[in-house]
Design a protein around this ligand. Sequence first.
Ligand code: SF4
Ligand code: SF4
Length: 369
Amino acid sequence: MLFVPFVPFVLFCGRFLWPSCIGPPGSHILRVKMRKTTFLKRKVREFSFIGRALASTRHPVLAHLIPMRRCNLACGYCNEYDHTSKPIDLEIIKSRLNKLADLGTSIVTISGGEPMMHPELDQIIHHIRVRGMIAGLISNGYYFTPDRIKRLNKAGLEYLQISIDNVEPDEVSRKSLRVLDKKLRYLSEHADFHVNINSVIGGGIKNPDDALTVARRAVELGFSTTVGVIHDVDGTLKALSVKEKDIFQQVKKLGNKDHARLNWFQDSIAEGKPYNWRCRAGARYLYICEEGLVHWCSQQRGYPGIPLEQYTMEDFDREYKTEKWCAPTCTLQCVHQVGILDNWRDPQKTPAQMAEEQKSGVGDMIGAD
Ligand code: SF4
Ligand code: SF4
């Protein structure tokens, strides 16, 4: 998904959702009790993961894993899909998940393309849970039916994010409230997992008011809501218009307050201003493409481009320390949120400084010889 305002990192910002419609009175009470228990268990896990992330910098916090690139849609701003690729074999995905677990990864979010098109998605989610990691999913929402939602409950899904771009479908996006409202009602009724609805602004979305309509509907259905600025085709910053900025602030007020506080950088994005932060992509955040290569993120594929199975803590340390040239204008929320954990420690070096350091390291060794 191109925008990435995900809340897989709901660790910080999870808000409990109470569905507006949960069946007849008897089942209602049971269901509410069950959801309370699930919620509490999830919170305990989240806090332990946060504690671990703060105590040690030497493990990935969040990985986005792509089990297939194929998508049923073709959003005008997106560079992350095709219409032909096949799903990656389950055993291959499991071995990638095993490697992520061995690296100590806390959260795995399945993304795409449209991951709901993968025929073995439930087994993938189940395997994330078996390996003790938090399981998240980013989807365009088209494939949700009551039965499918119940299967995801059973598989152990913990967080879902759907991004809705507009109210009526247009040539830029068909991720539209009118098309998806029925799916949202199914989720409200049947999902045991946390659902976040993200509305978006910028990137060619015609009517900024739509973001407000989407956010209000999300709140009405008992979901959490966030707003993201859609990045440009190269993944970087594009200033919002005056009207877009106004809507952006209104939608933020409707959403989760903790999330808004954590996304302070979004105010700079809205103003089109660069800002300072330390991107820990390639280390605390990993993007694993369908070929199993580790990339900084969806918008910087190719760096470092090392197969996950060969990824070592040496690679992790190098990327942790490397300053990213694209950071000042980056709009990728989830990587920012991960970055908050370490923004106060371990200053980074430019790639040139890193290269110099490595060279002098080799020089020292040769000298020692
Ligand atoms: S729905 Fe498909 S085309 Fe649209 S943003 Fe997501 S991956 Fe890209
Ligand atoms: S700053 Fe980090 S997350 Fe943002 S585009 Fe660059 S590598 Fe990706």
